[in-house]
Structure formats: structure tokens, C-alpha cells
Write a protein that binds this ligand. Sequence first.
Ligand SMILES: Cc1cc2nc3c(=O)[nH]c(=O)nc-3n(C[C@H](O)[C@H](O)[C@H](O)COP(=O)(O)OP(=O)(O)OC[C@H]3O[C@@H](n4cnc5c(N)ncnc54)[C@H](O)[C@@H]3O)c2cc1C
Length: 377
Amino acid sequence: MTSAAMEKGTLIVGGGVVGLAVGWMLARRGEPVTLLEKGKTGREASWAAAGMLAPATEVAYQEDLNLMLGLESMRLYPEFVAELQQASGMDVDYRTEGALEVSFCADDTARLRHILGYQQEKNLPVRSLSVTDALEMEPTLSGFLSAAAFCGMDHQVDPRLLTTALKKAYLLAGGVLREDCEVTRFVLEAGRPPAVMAGEERISAKRVLLAAGAWSGSLAGLPDKLRPPVRPVKGQMLSFQMGAIPSLTHFLRVVRVPEIYMVPKSDGRLIVGATVEEMGFDRRLTGGGIYELLKGAWESVPQVYDLPLLETWTGFRPGSRDNAPILGQTAFPGLFVATGHHRNGILTTPATAVHMASLMLEGRPPDILKPFSPDRF
Ligand SMILES: Cc1cc2nc3c(=O)[nH]c(=O)nc-3n(C[C@H](O)[C@H](O)[C@H](O)COP(=O)(O)OP(=O)(O)OC[C@H]3O[C@@H](n4cnc5c(N)ncnc54)[C@H](O)[C@@H]3O)c2cc1C
């Protein structure tokens, strides 16, 4: 066994959007940081995501606490993106055209109206639209459109560009990255700083952050009371190439139908997602999953029938027991957790990064993190 002593700095386990963003925030504040990633950075849930930044249109799926964190993150997003783009020299395709919620049958219309009432009760800026106005905004929507609402506040980003930019910015800020380096076990001994094993190598640090996404609940060496209750929530996705039909290159906004969503990217991809499945770490696509996505997309925008299919993929959302993120210090001194971001980890990245970095460097949890503490379970 070899031992790497970096007792002064911070060690991060997991190089998804969460680990990279916290790492970047710490490194730019002068903290020595080493990030260990079992594969390549940004290739798991953060690669799979559609990149919707949707506190308002996701409200039906979340508790008030998640809404609060989502709104805080939306407040931080413009500055976070500007600084990241400047630090990395990359564009992350941050787009602010807003999102349409639409329905094509009576059942979905009733549901849309119900959610709209709830969004308005929460003072979220979502307004009902006439069918004519909605078709004017997105002319490729099916003529069977029966109701629509618009939310200008919900934005989007390209999560693959975001993680690539975060990796660049992290390295340029002096962060150390070790890819293909799997943490096999935590070593937590009373009176000693937290440490991990990566193969035969023992690495300890003043602070260790567990940010291993859907794998955060299954690492060896964590006693049950410190283990974040996180499970993989599988999502199947696909993308089309829009350029093949000229009118579809004008598809601008995120479009959400109850069962699916469609997210147009500036590089011409139209992303369609996503299933929500409790299937453990089973990465396989299924006929049923892809059928539901294709059916929902075709019913909403019939022209997709003729579009080239570009890619299909799956990813694992890190879902906690109450579906809210787990953010904070554990009962073991120096061991921190940032995981459980479930459906909204791209949205909540700036709030996670900014506030976790403050907690880790200053020692006091910002008020906004208190309800997400790991000891709530
Ligand atoms: C299909 C789908 C669509 C989504 N759409 C959206 C969306 O539109 N908007 C939104 O806000 N969110 C969305 N999400 C959710 C979002 O992607 C996640 O919440 C977020 O990416 C979680 O980031 P993470 O860094 O915690 O996890 P991950 O990106 O999974 O990263 C965890 C990393 O830890 C590494 N790791 C694991 N175990 C170890 C180990 N033992 N040692 C070293 N490294 C390890 C993994 O290899 C991985 O790289 C979506 C998710 C999915 C699956």
C-alpha cells in the first residue's frame, strides 16, 4: 500500500457536474484540490442530462425545498455561466428563450391547468397562452394542440459543454485531476483525517467531498449512519438532427408535454427525454422506453417522423430518499457530501458549488444549505 499525503487540501470523489463545479469553486479560492474520477469526467448523469434549468416547469415534481434551491440557482446562473465561459474560453450554450408546457388531449389539458394554478400560487412567472399564440411561438407543434402555457424564466444549457468547460476551468485554476482512478473504499478512523483507498493507494486530506452521483450510496467503508441514501433512477433519452427539415431549425424553446420533453440545442440536436425508471444500474435501452419517447415526440411535433435519429442513451439520476439533494458536512470531521440532485442537478449546480465551497472553507453552513443536511435521514 502506498500513501499520498495531501492532508492540507480537499479531495473530491466523483467528476460529474457536482464534483467539478465544487472543485472549480474551491480551486479558484486558492484551495489545493485533487479530484478522483473512476472513468472520465462528465460522462455519467451529467452527460445524459437534457440541460433544462426548470425550477418553474418542474415544480410538479418537487418539494418546496427543491424549488427554493432551484430558484437560488437560477439567480446565480447568469454570473456562474459568464465566469465559467471566461475562465474556460468555451461557450456552454446557455439559452433563455423559455419553455412551453403543452397538451394535446383533454386529460393532459386538465393536468396542465392544475399545474398552472399551482405555479401561479407559488408566484412563478408562468402564463396561460392561446393555442394561436403557442403555434406562433413554435409553428412545428401539432395542430391537435389543445392548451399551452409559457414560462420565460426557465432556461437551458448544454450539459456536455458545461462539464467540459468546468473541467477546463478547474484545471486552469490549479485543480489536480486523476481520471481512471476509482475510489474503492473510504477509510474513516477516529482522530485522523478522512482518507480513501484508490486501489492500493491510500489518499487522505483535510477535507473529503463525496460527489459520486448515483454511486454515492454504495461505496465501501462508509458506516451506515454516514452513507447517503442515494439510488440510481434510470432515464432513457434520444436525439434527432433538426437541420434535415428547415422549419425545425426554428424550434427554439423547450417544449414539455406531461410524458416527455423536447429540448432544441444550438448545434442542431433536438433532445427528447426521458423515462424515469427504478431499474438499478441497468444501462440497457428498452423497446418500451424508446417507443414512449418517439410516440410522445411524434404526437407533439409530427415532423420528427422524417428526422434522422442521432443518438440514444441512458443515465442514472442520483435520487435520495426524499428526492432532495444531500448537501453538507457529515458527523465524521472533514467528510462532506454533495449528492442526490436527482432530476435537477444541472439546474442546482451553481447553488451547490457556491454554497458548498463556502461551507467547506468557512466551516459554517449557509442558511440555504441547512435543510439539505446529511443528518436529516
Ligand atoms: C436522463 C436524464 C436527464 C436529465 N435531465 C436533466 C435536466 O434537464 N436538468 C437538470 O437540471 N438535471 C437533469 N438531470 C439530472 C442531472 O443530470 C444530475 O442530477 C446531475 O448530473 C448529477 O451530477 P453528479 O455530478 O452528482 O453525478 P454524475 O454526473 O453521475 O457524476 C458522478 C461521477 O462520480 C463518478 N464516480 C462514481 N463512483 C466513483 C468512485 N468510486 N470513484 C471515483 N469516481 C466515482 C462517476 O464515474 C461519475 O463521473 C438528468 C439526468 C438524467 C439521467
